[in-house]
Design a protein around this ligand. Structure first.
Ligand SMILES: Cc1cc2nc3c(=O)[nH]c(=O)nc-3n(C[C@H](O)[C@H](O)[C@H](O)COP(=O)(O)OP(=O)(O)OC[C@H]3O[C@@H](n4cnc5c(N)ncnc54)[C@H](O)[C@@H]3O)c2cc1C
Length: 400
């Protein structure tokens, strides 16, 4: 098969992470081809929280002000106890000495992916190919042949490097044969979105609320157009989970009279904690969900993927443009894989335990631990820095 294109980097997947990687490289003068299976960036209701250091990074790509304009500023988030109604409030303005963005931005992830991919379409250094699915690749000492399926045939793109940003079911990871160890939670997660003004029924809600409960914990998040509710779904029957009966049950539990609430979306997710054994393999690199998966409690999946993309692409620029030794890419793996285990995996699992709350004595102990953290200035500051992901970036930077 003839090679149809020649480029320096192919990025597989125009999700938030792939779009960021491609935009970063193009901005640095590197030729990049972004291939996306879909005919547009997927408009699904997944990530909605952008943490402060991610906003700082995205500012380098010139998109943070637009995200702030499109999204909602959430300086405060709540941990709530469903039974007692107790609210612990965490305010990011307490760390305004370390960031110019002391808040989370609540905005759906597809706005970022769309914004970046349409900007890339205008750039000379970049090509965005929707309806192009990466199906196979072969690497040799000098580059990678990337085979891409379109509606009418197969194309071959010759690149110096291939970045797999192709999500949880990453074909790039599967072809590499890299193990993806971890586990899948037995329960699935159900997300419902509604334009119903939940905050009027529950005054004092923050834009981000984690509500712990041993029977049914939940997350209540505001994005500009809707409130989103996330609950664990133990029932096997998918039809029931998506039914009005289930919707009524969820909203009955939150504010009573769930029947009056209309929903805009109902989606069921399977949730995993998994990490690829290696993030680099010669000229093929993994970032974002293709490299690691975690539960959404804390909002770290997309954010950590964007942190991967920045880490990797800054090194790729050194290798491609400045002739640095390709061994530098090993450092990307060492830095990002270590923080994936030490921070993202650990913290999300801990967050899940807090949400589940436990019964009796266990519940009491967890409440006491959270209260003591919220009430102690130093512990609370450390907690804010950790949950805002500053600590994980500091740790990564300290690894050689
Ligand atoms: C309910 C829920 C809530 C969440 N909330 C948050 C949050 O608030 N904050 C947060 O940080 N994270 C959150 N996450 C996680 C977040 O959604 C993911 O971590 C994020 O989408 C990962 O981005 P990605 O670009 O790596 O992968 P994806 O978003 O999955 O994008 C992958 C892209 O690759 C394309 N693709 C796949 N295969 C190929 C191929 N072979 N060739 C070409 N293209 C391909 C896909 O079509 C897709 O567009 C949440 C997840 C869930 C389920």
């Amino acid at each position: 098969m003839n090679t149809t294109r020649r480029t320096q980097v192919v990025v597989a997947g125009a999700g938030p992470v792939g779009s960021v990687a491609a935009a970063y490289l193009a901005q640095q003068g590197i030729d990049v081809v972004l291939c996306e299976t879909g005919h547009d960036c997927a408009q699904d209701l997944r990530a909605s929280t952008f943490h402060p250091p991610t906003l700082e990074m995205l500012d380098e790509l010139g998109v943070t002000s637009k995200l702030i304009e499109m999204g909602l500023k959430a300086p405060v988030y709540h941990w709530r106890d469903r039974k007692s109604g107790e609210v612990l409030s965490f305010d990011l303005s307490e760390i305004s000495d370390v960031t110019r963005y002391p808040f989370r931005i609540q905005c759906e992830q597809y706005h970022l992916a769309r914004m970046l991919s349409s900007r890339l379409e205008e750039e000379q250094q970049a090509e965005v190919l929707f309806g192009h699915r990466v199906t196979f690749f072969e690497q040799d000492a000098d580059g990678v042949d990337v085979h891409v399926e379109t509606a009418i045939g197969i194309e071959k793109i010759r690149a110096d490097y291939l970045i797999g940003a192709d999500g949880a079911n990453s074909l790039v990871r599967k072809w590499l044969g890299i193990e993806f160890d971890g586990f899948t939670y037995p329960e699935r997660f159900l997300t419902l979105s509604t334009e119903y003004p939940i905050d009027q029924a529950m005054p004092g809600l923050a834009y981000v609320n984690y509500v712990s409960d041993p029977q049914e914990w939940l997350v209540l998040l505001r994005v500009p157009s809707v409130w989103r509710v996330l609950v664990p779904a133990d029932e096997e029957d998918e039809k029931f989970l998506l039914s009005d009966a289930k919707k009524n049950q969820v909203f009955d539990g939150i504010m009573g009279d769930g029947a009056q609430v209309e929903t805009q979306h109902r989606t069921i997710y399977r949730v995993h904690q998994r990490v690829a054994k290696k993030f680099n393999h010669g000229r093929v690199l993994l970032v974002g969900d293709s490299a690691h998966l975690n539960n959404p409690l804390g909002g770290f999946g997309m954010n950590s993927g964007i942190h991967d993309a920045f880490n990797l692409c800054s090194k790729l620029v050194e290798v491609i443009k400045e002739g640095a030794d390709a061994a530098l890419l090993e450092k990307f793996d060492r830095q990002r894989r270590k923080v994936t285990f030490d921070f993202t995996q650990r913290q999300t699992m801990e967050n899940m335990e807090i949400m589940r709350a436990g019964q009796g004595e266990a519940h009491k102990k967890r409440r006491e631990a959270m209260e003591s953290l919220a009430g102690d200035d130093e512990k609370r500051r450390r907690y804010l820095l950790r949950q805002a992901m500053f600590e994980s970036l500091e740790q990564a930077a300290s690894i050689d």
